[in-house]
Design a protein around this ligand. Structure first.
Ligand code: PLP
Length: 220
């Protein structure tokens, strides 16, 4: 299938999930996760009208996207992977949204980088809803304290929460928990749902879904 065909099919699934959930189609932003794919795979989706793209490594994004952004200036780039504090400056320059804010040292580094750059990306706090040791994110019970630290101590404006459910768990439990934590903390946006579970995520209030393989195929 060509990129426009793949996108048409995916958009139909997203529209179906929105209809089923009684939600407006424009309440959900599709982020095309282009990690591990090169410019030649990405360009057809830019041509087809996609504007939000996700990457999980600063270095890879910095190598790929400046040239693509020059050709498609409307692009919005999302950082969805673990972010090292020493890459905060580069990330603030490159990305329009960061989904992986998960510790005080990174909040501090982002505050400094935002002041320096005079440019503030949208920020999502990542929550480790499954409390998996190998995954980033604050623990659910620490979310309120961390959100208030980011706001009060760092002066950061937060947009929402993000999670990546454990692979072998029922994702709806994690999406519902994330939605509840967002509600408790006065946050509107929910970055949740990937190729395998975005329908469920939309039903539970996702505002940003991060879809890779359903668009680009399997990663090598
Ligand atoms: C890779 C990745 C995705 C996309 O996963 P697919 O299953 O390919 O849709 C979404 N979110 C994050 C954080 C990722 O790292």
């Amino acid at each position: 299938m060509s990129a426009p065909e793949v996108l048409t099919q995916l958009n139909a699934r997203i529209a179906g999930a929105c209809r089923h959930a009684g939600r407006a189609l424009d309440a959900v932003t599709l982020i095309a996760v282009s990690k591990a794919f090169g410019a030649e795979a990405i360009a057809p989706f830019l041509e087809a009208g996609l504007r939000d793209f996700g990457e999980n490594r600063v270095q890879e994004a910095a190598a790929k996207w400046p040239a693509l952004k020059a050709a498609y200036p409307h692009v919005r780039l999302h950082m969805i992977g673990a972010l090292q504090s020493n890459k905060a400056d580069e990330a603030v320059q490159l990305f329009d949204t960061i989904h992986s804010l998960d510790r005080a040292s990174l909040a501090e580094a982002l505050r400094r980088a935002i002041t320096k750059a005079g440019r503030a990306p949208q920020l999502f706090v990542q929550v480790n809803t499954g409390e998996e040791p190998q995954k980033g994110g604050v623990a659910p019970r620490d979310t309120a304290e961390f959100v208030s630290y980011c706001r009060a101590n760092c002066g950061l404006t937060l947009s929402g929460l993000m999670c990546i459910p454990p692979e072998d768990d029922e994702p709806s439990l994690h999406f519902a928990l994330l939605a509840e934590l967002a509600r408790q903390n006065g946050l509107q946006a929910l970055s949740m749902g990937m190729s395998g579970d975005f329908d469920t995520a939309i039903a539970l209030g996702a505002t940003h879904i991060r879809v890779g393989s359903a668009l680009f195929g399997a990663r090598g």
